[in-house]
Design a protein around this ligand. Structure first.
Ligand SMILES: [Zn+2]
Length: 64
C-alpha cells in the first residue's frame, strides 16, 4: 500500500483511500476529515473511557 512515492504530509482517506495532499484537512473525494487532524496530540483530561462501571456492585469486593 505504500508503494507510491508519497510526499511528506500526504495522507490517505480512511473512507475511500484517496490520497490527499498535506494542505488538505478533508478528503477531496468524500469530505472525510483528515484522520490525524481529528486526534489532538495532547489528550484532554476530560477523556474518560472505561472509568464507569455501572455493573459493578457491592456484591464482589474489588481491590487489595
Ligand atoms: Zn475519502
Amino acid at each position: 500500500m505504500a508503494k507510491f512515492a508519497a510526499k511528506p504530509g500526504e495522507w490517505d482517506c480512511d473512507a475511500c483511500y484517496v490520497r490527499n495532499s498535506a494542505d488538505k484537512t478533508m478528503c477531496a473525494a468524500c469530505n472525510t476529515p483528515k484522520p490525524a487532524a481529528a486526534k489532538p496530540t495532547s489528550m484532554p483530561s476530560t477523556f474518560k473511557f472505561g472509568t464507569q462501571q455501572p455493573q459493578a456492585t457491592a456484591d464482589t469486593k474489588v481491590g487489595l
